[in-house]
Design a protein around this ligand. Structure first.
Ligand code: NAD
Length: 370
């Protein structure tokens, strides 16, 4: 199972970012020690800490290292200390610059329910037990970027706000490809979501997805669904889905809806992928969905599992290390099954542990699985 070096840039960021990333470091060291995977890691600053010591939320030098790396692992940025800064140097601009300059157009948000946490969901256990779906959101196009946009005053004095939902064939096809390729590594089903009944951009989305499927991905099952129905189906019967692919706006909403099926922010990983190069390798950034949680930073009580699961996504999607990714996910499952919980996922009858002790437990479970 040993593999060659992989270049990994680690950007812990602010608040709980460095605390949760420390536990990922321990997992990386464990893989190295067991000779199951070896990474060439380096660290950089991003967010408020980068502004403090380098004058920008991400320096050109760190940006260049991100571009050269095989994958970027990102913690979280932001906090009250930097809230009054001008917009251009706010911590969040570091993440936006990474996404923009690395061309990360595909946002992967898995919604996975770990059996010991079934009770954390607001839905009935039988609806979410065993849930494992992937929402793929187009991240760089659509109504958040479309022109014309703005607020204008009409001749009659009324004001009018305008945004434009716009997609081109190539934008649809590139995210469609990611969806079909993801499905091939999962349960081989893609559901493409739009509003083709009332929007021309949705009609084009549906036609292009179908064409791409028929030309290159006939082995994958493709269905189409309107976004409003998808929102209903996600809470009615989420297990009918495997991969859902949708645009920026609908993806924004549906991915949060799907995430909450699992019940906890501290458990949610994500990935953002760019275009494939000639070798098939994509630029990629992996990060927990949660922010820097200033309210609990520095207390060693944050849940490190979202960050650890983001690392597992990196193994799976950037490096094709399926077995290693499975081991990490199984270790998380077993640690939870032992009844250890950080504060955010506490349930009656379980033991409250620190970030570090959750890491210790994870390493013990990894040892058993190796
Ligand atoms: P948040 O995700 O940081 O926190 C929301 C709540 O969830 C808090 O009560 C926090 O304590 C809790 N929480 C979050 N992650 C947790 C974890 N791993 N373990 C235990 N509890 C956890 O969101 P927020 O409070 O809206 O934002 C705080 C800061 O983070 C802001 O500066 C915001 O701009 C930034 N932010 C950054 C990112 C990012 O870096 N990608 C994302 C969202 C928010």
């Amino acid at each position: 199972m040993s593999t060659p070096n992989k270049k990994l840039l680690i950007l812990p960021g602010d608040g709980i970012g460095p605390e949760v990333m420390r536990q990922v470091h321990r997992v990386i060291e464990w893989f190295d020690k067991k000779r199951l995977a070896r990474f060439e890691t380096s660290e950089g600053l991003v967010g408020g800490c980068a502004y403090d010591s380098e004058g920008a939320p991400i320096s050109d030098e760190t940006m260049a290292r991100a571009q050269e790396s095989d994958a970027v692992l990102f913690g979280a940025v932001g906090g009250p200390k930097w809230e009054a800064l001008p917009f251009a140097v706010r911590p969040e601009r570091g993440l936006l610059r990474l996404r923009k300059e690395m061309g990360l157009f595909a946002n992967l948000r898995p919604a996975m329910v770990f059996e010991p946490l079934v009770g954390a969901s607001t839905l009935k256990p039988e609806v979410v037990s065993g849930l494992d779906i992937m929402i793929l959101r187009e991240l760089t196009g659509g109504v958040y970027f479309g022109e014309p946009r703005g607020i204008e005053t009409l001749p009659n004095g009324e004001r009018r706000g305008v945004n434009t939902q716009v997609y081109t064939t190539s934008e649809i096809v590139r995210v469609g490809r990611v969806a079909f390729e993801l499905a091939r590594k999962r349960r081989n089903k893609v559901c493409s979501v739009e509003k083709a009944n009332v929007m021309e951009s949705g009609e084009l989305w549906r036609e292009e997805m179908q064409k791409l499927h028929d030309a290159e991905y006939k082995d994958v099952e493709l269905s189409h669904m309107y976004a409003d129905n998808c929102a209903m189906q996600l809470v009615r019967n989420p297990k009918q889905f495997d991969v859902i692919v949708t645009d920026n706006l609908f993806g924004d909403i549906l991915s949060d809806c799907a995430a909450m099926l699992t019940g906890s922010l501290g458990m949610l990983p994500s990935a953002s992928l760019g275009a494939a190069d000639s070798t098939g390798r994509r630029k990629a950034l992996y990060e927990p969905v949660h922010g820097s949680a200033p309210d609990i930073a520095g207390k060693d009580i944050a849940n490190p599992l979202a960050c650890v699961l983001s690392f597992a996504m990196m193994l799976r999607y950037s490096f094709d290390m399926t077995e290693q990714a499975d081991i990490v996910e199984k270790a998380v499952q077993s640690a939870l099954a032992r009844g250890v919980r950080t504060t955010d996922i506490m349930q009656p009858g379980t033991a409250r542990v620190s970030t570090t002790v959750m890491g210790d437990t994870l390493l013990r479970e990894l040892d058993k699985l190796a």
